[in-house]
Design a protein around this ligand. Structure first.
Ligand code: 1PW
Length: 220
């Protein structure tokens, strides 16, 4: 298993197509979320965040930690229990009495998945703003901060919000940002974003419904 790389270990080599393929391939014929594919998509996203520079390393490191915990469950525990998000949630909810209020130290893939799930909302809001933007729009730094403020920020303490705000300020211009997202003409990158955002939203919505069903959206 290749570990999700931390900021110092790898830069570049990001492919938006790989994110699109992973999130497209994430939903099986039953409409369940395949964990291996979900983690593949996230590993590619971490590669992108690594390319944003050292100020983003606290973000990529946290995401990589969660990815590696979930990958560990997938590799080491009975694989069939972790093939899909639905199977993992079923198992963990059945295994722990009062799971939704269980203390943070309870061994649980669902709580680490939830952190990635919340971050996916941020990512999707940000990519959608970027996709709809043009040269006269706010810079990516502003769009990213707006997306964060409308999503993940509410789950973070002041210090993380502050560090995130400082990191966002270092984001490059729209033109440079889009060039980093994908090689080729801007029009093509935007078109690929137009496919990637709905693929992410579909997986996000399925996961959100499942967490609502089990009432585990506030797992500590
Ligand atoms: C420019 C592209 C932006 C994509 C962003 C996606 C990455 C999201 C990772 C955010 C991590 C922020 C710093 C860490 C915060 C943790 O305290 C927090 N983790 C998350 C993912 O929100 C909570 O994790 P914990 O402490 O409950 O294990």
């Amino acid at each position: 298993m290749a570990d999700a790389e931390s900021g110092e270990e790898r830069r570049g080599a990001f492919r938006l197509q790989a994110v699109l393929d992973a999130f497209r391939g994430c939903v099986d014929e039953q409409g369940d979320v395949l964990l291996a594919e979900y983690l593949l998509g996230w590993k590619e996203l971490v590669r992108f965040i690594n390319g944003l520079g050292a100020v983003f390393s606290f973000i990529s490191r946290d995401a990589a930690t969660k990815i590696n915990i979930l990958q560990g469950l997938l590799d080491r525990e009975e694989a069939h229990n972790y093939r899909t998000l639905q199977a993992m949630a079923r198992l963990e909810v059945a295994r722990t009495p009062a799971f939704s209020a269980a203390p943070g130290h309870v061994h649980s893939g669902c709580r680490d998945f939830l952190r990635l799930h919340r971050a996916l909302l941020w990512l999707h809001l940000f990519l959608e703003k970027l996709r709809m933007s043009d040269e006269s729009s706010e810079r990516p730094s502003v769009l990213c901060a707006e997306a964060y403020g409308a999503s993940l920020a509410q789950h973070h303490p002041w210090l993380v919000r502050r560090a995130s705000a400082l990191a966002f300020r270092t984001l490059p211009t729209r033109q440079v940002f889009l060039a980093r997202l994908g090689a080729g003409p801007e029009k093509e990158v935007l078109a690929m974003l137009g496919e990637t955002v709905p693929a992410i939203v579909k997986v996000y919505d399925i996961s959100q419904c499942l967490y609502e069903h089990y009432q585990i959206l506030s797992l500590p």
